[in-house]
Design a protein around this ligand. Structure first.
Ligand SMILES: O=C(CO)[C@@H](O)[C@H](O)COP(=O)(O)O
Length: 220
């Protein structure tokens, strides 16, 4: 039986009732909190920043999986460690010296992830894959929740999984964007270990049951 990680994306929570939504995730079968930090430069949207992450960290009882959609992320690695990040993911497209950035994240005691935009081939990670803990494949263009899943993602996951196996690396594959109960199982069958789900969870009538359903669908 597989244990697929389910990571609700806090971007889709009700910010006026953030503590309530954090407690909902605490009380669910979800494994991680997925936290999207957007700077309005790398992506055309600004989400939330340090004070909000500090508030989330006060109440969250699960792994904080922080996804930085910002330029020059090296400036903030220490800060995100202090704010409680367990996994820190930077974008390949935002890093000039990706290897140095990954080393800096690990030196702070966090797991290091690299995210790829939909147009970026997985082959760019060939010479760094063994240094990573996680690869996040964007299945929508980053910046907004509630977009439609890009179908080419399955092929990308299969290519990445083959690369990981060929290198004998131990790296998790995470998918982010448009995840729901229709594509979750096929994604896991293609090689995905962790599913981020925003609107599908937080817009559901019963988010706890929706998370349980995702867990169940992907455990077979
Ligand atoms: O990083 C992002 C968007 O840039 C995501 O984490 C979204 O928050 C996922 O939301 P849904 O597509 O699941 O609604």
């Amino acid at each position: 039986m597989k244990n697929t990680i389910i990571a609700p994306s806090v971007l889709a929570a009700d910010f006026a009732n953030l503590q309530r939504d954090i407690e909902m995730v605490n009380n669910s079968q979800a494994d991680w909190f997925h936290i999207d930090i957007m700077d309005g430069v790398f992506v055309p949207n600004i989400s939330f920043g340090m004070p909000v992450l500090a508030a989330i960290n006060k109440h969250a009882k699960k792994t904080l999986d922080v996804h930085l959609m910002i330029v020059d992320p090296d400036r903030y690695i220490k800060t995100f460690k202090e704010l409680g990040a367990d996994i820190l993911t930077v974008h390949y497209e935002a890093c000039t010296h990706l290897h140095r950035t990954v080393q800096a994240i690990k030196a702070e005691g966090m797991k290091a992830g690299v995210a790829l935009n939909p147009h970026t081939p997985v082959s760019v990670l060939e010479d760094i894959i063994q240094d990573l803990d996680l690869v996040l494949i964007m299945s929508v263009n980053p910046g907004f929740g509630g977009q439609s899943f890009i179908e080419n993602t399955y092929e990308k996951v299969r290519k990445l999984k083959a690369m990981i196996n060929a290198k004998g690396a131990s790296v998790m594959i995470e998918i982010d964007g448009g995840v729901n109960n229709k594509n979750a199982k096929a994604l896991v069958d293609a090689g995905v270990d962790a599913l981020v789900a925003g609107n599908f969870v937080f817009s559901a009538a019963d988010p706890i049951a929706t998370i349980a359903d995702l867990k169940e669908i992907t455990s077979k």
